[in-house]
Design a protein around this ligand. Structure first.
Ligand code: A3P
Length: 324
């Protein structure tokens, strides 16, 4: 009963936000919000969510939408920015915007922030975007449109799973997901993959198995934190831009955590922040916040899972904080 009342209060708060702040947003985006709020939580998956072919997806993604995505007509030059949720999607999108569209306002790209979010925009909206299109998505490798001619590029950004879990836990209380459990409970759902986005390990390993494909660039959040300038140059080169040191430095200046936090163009973050009761989308932006959340027992259990999934795959993460 308590849960139902709390859930209704959250829905009401969301409706108020929708009618005030969201009035600036396109109708389609409001529809997504409504759709998300009309999905349900279950005992096994206590987050608002959709389920398509056994895959647990964010609540705004219906079967119909996923079908549209898989038949989506790609164009030569399309670039997908791919992440498991909370791995630095907004960061990568802002880096790409600074590299590829430094003079453009992101107002037209309102659905999802610095670049359009493939998982949220309509076909028509995506068709209206001029080439080369940069689109962000959380979809797994198997569900994204792919072209046999390698005309489409994919940039995958992976983040160590402990910090992803922590970031996702803080994010999950927003009405869009409506999780109201503890960190301890959250971690169990995360480890089982009973969470929108599905299993972190399945997601990251499926993309990792394609890391040598010539049209896929596999990046790590921790490397961006360690040396953003080098990573900007790698991204620019992959996209076909010749970037000098000075140009890379200019991108870095705009894409540090502090710069992005104070950047008034960060519409998506401002939008998400409106949905948080406390905290924010650009929360801490560090490597190693997991140390403030995991107990010794949780670490032991998590490390076992990490090793059982990643050992022998060649994929490794850094878990220690590094100086910016
Ligand atoms: P934290 O919650 O750990 O702070 P996504 O965009 O995929 O939802 O990921 C959000 C996470 O990326 C948040 O992590 C956020 O702070 C972090 N992030 C966003 N911009 C960043 C930046 N410029 N530098 C470092 N981390 C950033």
């Amino acid at each position: 009963m308590k849960n139902v009342v709390e859930s209704n209060i959250k829905k009401m708060a969301f409706q108020v936000a929708r009618n005030t702040f969201f009035k600036e947003y396109p109708e389609h985006f409001k529809d997504l919000c409504e759709r998300a709020l009309n999905t349900s939580k279950t005992k096994e998956i206590p987050f608002l969510h959709s389920k398509v072919n056994g895959l647990i997806l964010p609540p705004y993604m219906t079967e119909e939408q996923v079908r549209i995505y898989t038949t989506f007509q790609t164009r030569p030059g399309d670039v997908f920015l791919v992440t498991y949720p909370k791995s630095g999607t907004t960061w990568l999108a802002e880096i790409i915007r600074c590299i590829a569209q430094p003079k453009e306002s992101d107002k037209e790209n309102l659905i999802g922030g610095p670049v359009p979010t493939f998982d949220m925009a309509t076909q028509e909206q995506l068709e209206a975007v001029p080439s080369p299109r940069y689109m962000s998505t959380h979809l797994p490798f198997s569900l994204l449109p792919r072209s046999s001619e390698h005309e489409v590029k994919y940039i995958y950004l992976a983040r160590n799973p402990k910090d992803v879990a922590v970031s996702y836990f803080h994010f999950s209380s927003m009405p869009f997901l409506n999780f109201d459990g503890t960190w301890e409970e959250f971690l169990q759902y995360f480890m089982k993959g009973n969470i929108p986005g599905g299993s972190y390990f399945d997601h990251v390993l499926e993309w990792w198995s394609h890391q040598d494909d010539e049209n896929i660039l596999f990046l790590k959040y921790e490397d961006l934190k360690k040396d953003l300038k080098s990573q900007v140059k790698i991204i620019a080169e992959f996209l076909g831009f010749k970037f000098s040191d000075e140009e890379a430095k200019a991108v870095v200046k705009q894409c540090t955590f502090q710069a992005m936090k104070s950047n008034s163009n960060q519409d998506i973050s401002k939008f998400v922040d409106k949905l948080f009761k406390k905290g924010s989308h650009l929360r801490k932006g560090i490597v190693g916040d997991w140390k403030n959340h995991f107990s010794d027992e949780q670490l032991e259990e998590f490390d076992k899972l990490y090793q059982s999934r990643l050992n022998g795959t060649g994929l490794k993460f850094e878990f220690q904080s590094v100086a910016e």
